[in-house]
Design a protein around this ligand. Sequence first.
Ligand code: C2E
Ligand code: MG
Ligand code: MG
Ligand code: MG
Length: 277
Amino acid sequence: DAAMYTAKEQSSEAAVLYSEGLLEVTSSRRYLGRRVPAAVAGGEFELQYQPQSSLRSSAVVGWEALVRWRHPVLGLLAPDAFIPIAEANGTIVELGTWVLRHACHDAAQWQEPARIAVNVSAAQLVDADFVPTVARALADSGLEPHRLELEITESTLIAHRRDVIEKFAAIQAMGALIALDDFGSGFSSLDTLLAFNFDRVKIDRSVLQSSLQPLRTRNVLRAILALGHALTASVLVEGVETEQQRDLLRTEGFDEIQGFLTGAPGIGPKLRAMLPA
Ligand code: C2E
Ligand code: MG
Ligand code: MG
Ligand code: MG
């Protein structure tokens, strides 16, 4: 989408704010960060959904919720343009709760019983109210807990380890699932995989698209798959763009794929037919 701003473009630009006929230009970072709560209340955020497909059946088995900000002046903003800012100033907790509740509500209206995957930031996870927030999102939407998956990146897991292990256990006891997101980018320690009980490991697209020789990339993928399966997690590869990549991953025995080949983020599944009044 040509209207989308990347983080780099965004941070180097000033945001334009119309105020009673006056044109104000303010630092876009501070401006955007401060506006998150009002934008949540004003309905400026929306979710797109990207399919996650089984390699065995080719069926869509889940959808990842990816948040966008339809800013009244700046246009459609990608998460890179505002998630880091919202994480830095703490407003991510409010935004993340909106994402979680909205995603559960949407998924409960779908015609198909696919999973809904929701990204969770560190500040949400360490918030004292996180587990009750998840429980309320499930109860209020009526979504079956096994259809909800929370995606957590490894950098999120480095602090507050004991607290997070207990929260994961509480969420899994409700029946919801926990996925490790972006594995293979950044930290990727064996320690993290061993310390936490993940239902799924999502391999970062940088692994698939790495500049290693194809044979070496294939060997690395094979090793990560064996590791994930040894830990009884399902293994999904992100960023699959070509049929050759899909065929290789299927041959190697990966469980699921997500990427432009099987679908870019979009409107998601069909909704249940509305009942006549
Ligand atoms: P992620 O969770 O790893 O999500 C996958 C990102 O990869 C998405 O970018 C998606 O559009 C992109 N992608 C998917 N398939 C392909 C592909 O085949 N090729 C390429 N090159 N890219 C692909 P998006 O939507 O811009 O989201 C970026 C990141 O923003 C997400 O990475 C996630 O970390 C974060 N994010 C998105 N929504 C939320 C949210 O509600 N809460 C939090 N905390 N973070 C979010
Ligand atoms: Mg994710
Ligand atoms: Mg990811
Ligand atoms: Mg497991």
